[in-house]
Design a binder for this molecule. Structure first.
Ligand code: PHE
Length: 340
């Protein structure tokens, strides 16, 4: 009988050694210690044993039963501990780890220069105006002395909508709206994005930025225009800049000029930005045409004025020595990240 009990114990230990989950452990427990298990059988059979053996077998069966219970409990603790360790290992968080460095954005260089120029002009008494990107033919062309059949429209071909609206080709549209809303004398600027049909290259983009300026008062003349432009440029570049004035045609000014500055990319030696001339066209300008004043409700006999347009993208290129205007709209953060 004792032999049989030892065999039961050996079988049990062999099965227990293979147990690797709590569920398997419960199964083994039921098989060996349950109501239908071999130990229960032995106990049930005690009655049929001779008296002398009864006590000895009963005792041995109890010893083995408690040994099995102990081994099961030990195995249970072992499995539970392993489960906890596994959980700790898989859910481990390193709370000392630094968070990923956050990326701090910055203004686009065109915006930066626009705000700087706005500051310069407001310090000179100018008011900053805004206008819509999507304009009517009237504000963009007609009121600026560019009637439907005027060849100047060719130079400013743009994007047309079915309803006749267009994407503005210049910020001059803002001066028309300004004249409608403000009584002279006034000094205004209107910065913003403008659009043209362009064959893009290093110095031409289909969308770019201008800053329009207009001064209307009594007895305004070309000397006032030149002085304002020179003051502006020396403020922007923080040094004296070489400029030249050439006659230039714009239907809305008379006389009209092109103000060029010497190329700062190549120090006037000649490069792709200045088309090898050493000069960069920066500010078209001139005395406001009487027709324009008239269409803005201003009497040209009483008032005169000057107007100018500044290419903001060009200015940025000159200041940071950027050789291709297309970088400005590339959206490449390796480019824009340099202007923090
Ligand atoms: N609006 C003109 C252009 O975009 C520039 C300009 C503005 C010229 C003001 C003269 C006076 O080409």
């Amino acid at each position: 009988m004792t032999e049989e009990l030892n065999k039961i114990l050996a079988d049990f230990q062999a099965r227990l050694a293979e147990v690797s989950t709590l569920q398997q452990l419960d199964e083994v427990k039921t098989v060996y210690l349950g109501k239908k298990g071999p130990i229960t059988d032995v106990m049930k059979n005690l009655r049929s044993l001779p008296k002398e053996e009864k006590a000895a077998v009963g005792q041995a069966a109890n010893v083995i039963k408690s040994q099995m219970t102990e081994e099961i409990n030990a195995k249970r603790s072992e499995l539970e501990e392993a489960a906890i360790n596994e959980k700790i290992a898989s859910e481990w968080i390193d709370v000392t780890l630094d968070e990923a460095p956050s990326k701090i954005g910055a203004l686009h260089p065109v915006s930066t220069i626009q705000y700087e120029i706005e500051d310069i002009f407001t310090s000179m008494g100018f008011t900053v105006l805004d206008g819509p990107h999507c304009e009517t033919d009237h504000y963009n062309f007609e009121a600026l002395n560019i009637p439907k059949d005027h060849p100047a429209r060719d130079m400013q071909d743009t994007f047309y909508f079915d309803n006749g609206a267009i994407l503005r080709t210049h910020t001059s549209a803002i001066q028309v709206r300004g004249m409608e809303n403000i009584k002279p004398p006034f000094k205004i600027i209107g910065p913003g994005k403008v659009f043209r049909v362009e064959r893009t290259d290093a110095s031409h983009e289909a969308a770019f930025h201008q800053l329009e300026g207009m001064v209307v008062d009594k007895d305004i003349n070309v000397a006032n225009l030149i002085n304002t432009m020179k003051t502006l440029l020396s403020e922007i570049f923080k040094k004296d800049v070489n400029v030249r004035l050439r006659p230039g045609f714009f239907p809305f000014v008379e006389p009209g000029f092109e103000l060029d500055i010497s190329c700062m990319i190549c120090n006037a030696k000649g490069c792709s930005v200045c088309s090898q001339t050493g000069w960069v066209e920066l500010m078209p300008c001139g005395m406001v045409h009487p027709n324009v004043l008239r269409s803005g409700g201003i009497d040209p006999e009483e008032y005169s004025g000057f107007a100018f347009g500044l290419g903001l993208d060009r200015l940025v290129m000159m200041r940071y020595q950027i050789e291709d205007i297309r970088h400005l709209h590339s959206g490449d953060i390796r480019f824009s990240g340099q202007f923090k």
